[in-house]
Design a protein around this ligand. Structure first.
Ligand code: BGC
Length: 259
């Protein structure tokens, strides 16, 4: 009989920082402190491997690591990752992350990781009817589509273009901080994004994660939406938790397993 993994290290590689923690897969809670490394400017695969190694040794972890990356995992390369080095786009670029001798990583897109965490431990998992759109507002805008309880990976909705540039360039968490946008100014830019997605995909609800989850009320209250919007249940840690789930799977708590 195979033994269930109950703890799993998850690492979320962002354009600004690389965060990791051991996650309790029964509850989705962090089982230890978050370790944070600054993402080096235009981080290469080797930089990311080193950062994962430092985080793993800081928490005393050996074995596979779930790693969320800010781009589309396409075989052995990473596409659509403007916040990492272009070296990630080369064929074979992800091999050093997956290699058992270095990071030993199981890879997932960062917003998909956040979506997987919501599906597994948040309210989105209860909603088996219709489409939930999870949007993460951080250095870029990530997206995850949760349809009837399944994750549809690699949606990349943040790259939708507006008259003034891609929405992830004009309405991301980074745009808010570098341009010092007020909630009203941000909503003026973000509203057309939500309107476009609503017209195209007809979601039944929205979930907002990433850095913006910390100031969700101030910003989201400025949007005019016909469907409910809520903050990610796992907040800014959703990517770390989802990365851990991608590597270890969910472990049912004894009470649930017996039900
Ligand atoms: C990437 C997405 C990612 C998002 C959030 C975008 O630049 O293309 O894959 O999910 O940033 O990090």
């Amino acid at each position: 009989m195979s033994e269930k993994i109950e703890m799993q290290l998850g690492v979320d590689v962002g354009g600004t920082s690389i965060k990791g923690a051991v996650v309790d897969l029964c509850t989705g809670e962090l089982a230890g402190a978050i370790r944070t490394e600054l993402t080096p400017e235009t981080a290469t695969p080797a930089d990311v491997v080193s950062a994962i190694g430092r985080i793993a040794s800081a928490v005393g972890w050996s074995g596979p690591v779930g790693v969320a990356l800010p781009g589309v995992i396409d075989g052995s390369s990473l596409r659509h990752a403007p916040n990492l080095s272009r070296a990630f786009e080369e064929n074979g670029a992800l091999a050093c992350l997956r290699s058992a001798e270095s990071a030993n990583a199981v890879l997932i897109n960062d917003a998909d990781a956040a979506g997987l965490a919501e599906l597994t431990y948040g309210d989105a998992g209860l909603d088996r009817d219709g489409l939930t759109i999870v949007l993460t507002f951080g250095t870029g805008i990530g997206s995850a589509l949760l349809h009837n309880g399944d994750l549809i990976a690699n949606s990349e909705l943040g790259s939708l273009a507006s008259a003034n540039g891609r929405f992830e360039e004009i309405a991301s968490g980074r745009a808010i901080s570098t341009e010092e946008l007020t909630p009203v100014e941000w909503a003026r830019r973000a509203q057309p994004f939500f309107d476009e997605l609503e017209a195209m995909l007809n979601p039944s609800r929205w979930v907002v994660g990433g850095g913006l989850s910390e100031s969700f009320d101030r910003f989201a209250s400025r949007l005019e939406l016909s469907k409910p919007i809520s903050v990610a249940h796992l907040g800014v840690h959703a990517g770390v938790v989802g990365a851990a789930v991608a590597a270890g799977g969910r472990v049912r708590a004894p009470a649930e397993a017996a039900a």
